[in-house]
Design a protein around this ligand. Structure first.
Ligand code: ACO
Length: 324
């Protein structure tokens, strides 16, 4: 049986940066009050990248995927599996993964989307790992990509300040040596109401509420407990001690959530990759974007053991231990 290893990473952020001050000034024109101080103190976010009108998730995903393929030293023709994690697909169908496949010119292998909101990338990575281990693919591109700005209610200051747009990707390749050494996925659908965008399309019309709604405090409580438990479970399953972890790459939701989790796990702050100050919460894109930043700047190196963690709507959560 083959193992699966991350052999390349890539990321892409739309060029337009909106700082907290710029966002606060824009919201003020509509009578909505917020401030850089409030946003930084409660979340750690200082700015976000926002896609221009007409820019879609598949466009961001394609740029991130190509960067990961280049980083792996491969070409699009080597790719025989594409999985996109997204909650903001271009279309109802076809999947965003099929659009990316066509853009890359890598047609032939399977391509499909995974929907697990902010846990989506971790879910997609575990799916690709299983297919590679089963011998059904050799080089997968696993992408997390979102244009979350399109599902935000820009009159709800409790949510619209938290998110940004972007895409991150990895190439996961068959390997003779272990790469993905542990994985644990979970969901609790009974908690669906605390974070959802409960709209749908029927008879040509949007029904329900298509904007993201969140009970922030309920999400906070569930997220911290789920991720602390998940980290213990994945390490136990893999026979690894928490202090063997070189880097933690968590979903970039909120600095207070990340600090709480790393302290509970005894992982020092300087081993936690943080990008939310610059990217905000990019949902399924946040983990692969953070991984790419730390991989490219040389912090995450070959041989390092990385704990990737996602948590989000559903309610879903999961952890992956990856030996780079
Ligand atoms: N600017 C100024 N004031 C605000 C803003 C804002 N952007 N948003 C809310 N407030 C106000 C509220 O109206 C409220 O005012 P009131 O006391 O007069 O009623 C006050 O701030 C406190 O509101 P809370 O919602 O209680 O604020 P809280 O301290 O819980 O912080 C936050 C809100 C940041 C969302 C927090 O609950 C949180 O971090 N939750 C975790 C959820 C999260 O990170 N979600 C990201 C998406 S989910 C995911 O990725 C897993």
């Amino acid at each position: 049986m083959s193992y699966a290893k991350i052999t390349g990473t890539g990321g892409y952020l739309p060029p337009r940066i909106v700082t907290n001050d710029e966002l606060a000034a824009d919201l003020a024109t509509r009578g909505i009050e917020t401030s850089d101080t409030w946003i930084v103190e409660r979340t750690g976010i200082r700015q976000r990248h926002i896609a221009d009108a007409g820019v879609t998730t598949s466009m961001l995903a394609t740029r991130a995927a190509q960067a990961a393929i280049d980083n792996a030293g491969l070409t699009a023709q080597d790719i025989d599996l594409i999985i996109v994690a997204t909650s903001t697909p271009d279309f109802i169908f076809p999947s965003t993964a099929c659009l990316v496949q066509a853009n890359l010119g890598a047609v032939g292998g399977p391509a499909f989307d995974v929907q697990a909101v902010c846990s989506g990338f971790v879910y997609a990575l575990v799916t690709a790992d299983a297919l590679i281990q089963a011998g059904r693919a050799r080089h997968a591109v696993v992408i997390g990509a979102e244009v979350f700005s399109g599902i935000l209610d820009w009159s709800d200051r409790g949510t619209c300040v938290l998110f940004g747009d972007g895409a991150g990707a990895v190439v996961l390749s068959a390997s003779d040596t272990p790469g993905i050494v542990g994985a644990k996925l979970n969901a609790d659908g009974s908690q669906m109401g605390i974070l959802c965008a409960a709209g749908s399309v029927a008879n040509g019309h949007v029904t329900g509420d298509p904007f993201l709604r969140m009970d922030g405090q309920a999400v906070f409580k569930l997220a911290v407990h789920a991720l602390v438990r998940s980290a213990h479970e994945v390490c136990e399953q893999a026979g690894i001690d928490l202090d063997e972890i070189d880097w933690m790459v968590p979903h970039q939701a909120n600095i207070r959530i990340l600090n709480f989790i790393s302290r509970k796990l005894g992982i020092p702050d300087d081993k936690v990759i943080i990008t939310l100050d610059k990217h905000a919460n990019t949902s399924a894109a946040s983990v692969p974007l953070a991984l790419d930043v730390a991989h490219r700047d040389g912090r995450i190196r070959p041989g390092h053991l990385v704990l990737l963690q996602g948590v989000g709507g559903g309610f879903t959560w999961g952890s992956v231990l990856a030996r780079m």
